[in-house]
Design a protein around this ligand. Structure first.
Ligand SMILES: C[S@@+](CC[C@H](N)C(=O)[O-])C[C@H]1O[C@@H](n2cnc3c(N)ncnc32)[C@H](O)[C@@H]1O
Length: 255
């Protein structure tokens, strides 16, 4: 996605991807829990992080496991991959997820993570991607998807809600495809984290177009500015915006 070549310039400084925040710790603790990663595992752990972005999550997982883990981080955007800080503990691959998973060997991984990326894949390719992940996993291997709901409550402007829904299918769609390709024990946990942010910082986040909802292919500068005026008027008496970020953690097992 071209979007992330630009987004990479601001990504690590935005509210949802900043380092060392309570939000990051909350998110990581859930990823560790749902991926069932024991810190002192005797069995080798092989993780694929598909759509890894700047590799921050993979770095934190590696640190938590004391670097006794093999993590392959795949992303099609080299500018995002170049932001990684610990290249030696990760295998970095610049590739499209579909072409990468198609060449995986059977039983080559015991965990697969897709954090905030599944909505970027062409919907018609998802059955093939899931089938290839299923084949690549060992028996009892785990596949964790972290995604956001189809309907959200962020303080957006009207047209942004429509764009969001257009690009973010309901999570049940993913679950049904997981079942179709053979995954079992599929568990869905939707968790909330309370966000407090000044109205100006939130407007800045939208103006920076970090989320693809606000990419210039979706909103021209004029359209984005009009949207921001809508937010300013809606929240003119509010200095601090409060809302929940909702993350859906979907775990699926290969039996
Ligand atoms: C919202 S970011 C999430 C990054 C990271 N997982 C995180 O949570 O910070 C989405 C990432 O998916 C990557 N991406 C999107 N479509 C992709 C594809 N088809 N193949 C590989 N990477 C893709 C983008 O380049 C971007 O880095």
């Amino acid at each position: 996605m071209n979007h992330y070549n630009k987004a990479a310039q601001v990504y690590n400084n935005t509210i949802f991807y900043m380092s060392d925040t309570d939000y990051e710790r909350w998110y990581l603790s859930n990823i560790l829990k749902y991926l069932k990663l024991p810190p002192k595992s005797k069995k080798p752990i092989n993780i694929l992080d598909l759509g890894c972005g700047t590799t921050r999550t993979a770095e934190l997982i590696a640190e938590y496991l004391d670097y006794r883990v093999s993590i392959t981080c795949v992303d099609s955007c080299k500018t995002m991959l170049d932001l990684n800080r610990k290249p030696n503990c990760l295998n970095l691959v610049c590739d499209d997820i579909l072409s990468f998973v198609m060449q995986l060997s059977k039983n080559s991984a015991n965990r697969v993570l897709m954090k905030e990326v599944i909505h970027h894949l062409d919907i018609t390719t998802i059955p093939s991607v899931y089938k290839a992940i299923y084949e690549a996993l060992e028996v009892n291997g785990l596949f964790l998807t972290c995604t956001r709901p189809h309907k959200i409550n962020y303080p957006f402007f009207r047209e942004a809600y429509r764009k969001w829904q257009q690009h973010q299918p309901p999570h049940n769609f993913y679950v049904s495809v997981m079942r179709d390709v053979g995954f079992t024990d599929i568990n869905i946990n939707q968790l909330s984290f309370p966000i407090e942010i000044s109205r100006d910082d939130w407007i800045n986040f939208i103006q920076q177009r970090c989320w693809s909802t606000f990419d210039s292919s979706e909103f021209s500068d004029d359209q984005l500015n009009k949207g921001i005026e809508e937010i300013k008027s809606e929240y003119k008496k509010v200095n601090t915006l409060k809302f929940n970020d909702e993350i859906i953690f979907i775990t699926a097992t290969k039996k």
